[in-house]
Design a protein around this ligand. Structure first.
Ligand SMILES: [Zn+2]
Length: 286
């Protein structure tokens, strides 16, 4: 695929739904070090496609947090909220190739169809595996002004574990899954380094890459940072915003989570030392 650069390009892609916390810095640092250790570029992308949950101005806060710990994007950050035409073009391509179908089911309809098909079925991670009700024609008549959701036709493990997932919702919003796959391909991303909590997304995104004729990326998943009570740190369960008043200390904590040694020097020197130690460390992750 000569359309895509062969050189390393990585990315960190936060959602502006809250400030970065200790866990997000681990993911940012890992992707940064992986890029720099291979002489590659590191990009920041703002994943604000899911607009209702995004907080105005939070993109700036996140950029300031990253700058405070010496992590700067090598290209001007792109915003998913400004890229809808690109996502629509990808969806149109899939529609033309019959790789998606329109779905008129409400959440209630999906739950009812699942209960009918398999009374003992339980949601996995709170997600319902869509049983493909609308694949051969929508079951409910849509109101004249209403739009269907668009579902991607899955196969194999993705079909049985996740089901035909939504690329564009009935409210017109593109989903994270579609936006990420399109952006990664169009930005020439070659490697994705992210927290193990996103491992579930990888098979879905690889299936979409294939359907769209994009190259398959290399994935690496880093360990999650747990809070003292053993919960995954996340914005949803109220993880504290990253304290950047002592940048080196903050970075040392993130580096420790990745198994890197503590540094007592400037932020720039610390990042450079960790970059030179990274190649050995990365082999511990998968
Ligand atoms: Zn449906």
């Amino acid at each position: 695929m000569s359309d895509y650069p062969a050189s390393y390009k990585g990315r960190f892609a936060p959602s502006p739904t809250g400030p970065l916390h200790a866990g997000s810095l681990v993911a940012a640092l890992a992707s940064y070090l992986d890029s720099k250790a291979r002489g590659g570029k590191w990009l920041v992308r703002i994943e604000d496609v899911d607009t209702p949950r995004c907080i105005k101005g939070m993109d700036i806060v996140i950029m300031q947090q990253l700058a405070a710990v010496g992590l700067f994007s090598d290209e001007t950050p792109v915003y998913q909220s400004q890229r809808s035409p690109l996502y629509q073009a990808a969806l149109d391509k899939l529609i033309a190739q019959n790789k998606v179908y329109g779905c008129s089911c409400s959440r209630k309809d999906v739950a009812a169809a699942i209960a009918k098909a398999n009374p003992s079925a339980k949601p996995r991670h709170g997600e319902l595996v869509y049983p493909g009700t609308c694949q051969h024609g929508m079951t409910q008549q849509l109101a004249p002004s209403a739009q269907p959701a668009w579902r991607f036709i899955t196969n194999g493990e993705v079909k049985s574990h996740i089901g035909d997932f939504v690329l564009k919702r009935a409210d017109g919003c593109f989903t994270y899954q579609l936006a990420v796959v399109v952006d990664d391909a169009l930005q020439g991303i070659t490697h994705v380094v992210r927290g193990a909590d996103l491992l579930d997304n990888t098979p879905r995104q690889m299936a979409l890459q294939q359907a769209l004729g994009y190259p398959t990326l290399q994935y690496l998943h880093t360990p999650l940072v747990m809070s003292e009570d053993g919960e995954k740190l996340s914005k949803q369960n109220g993880a504290q915003a990253l304290d950047t008043s002592n940048p080196l200390q903050t970075l040392n904590i993130a580096a420790q989570a990745l198994g890197l040694g503590q540094q007592n020097c400037s932020v720039a020197q610390a990042l450079s030392t960790w970059t030179s130690h990274w190649e050995l460390k990365r082999t511990q992750f998968s």
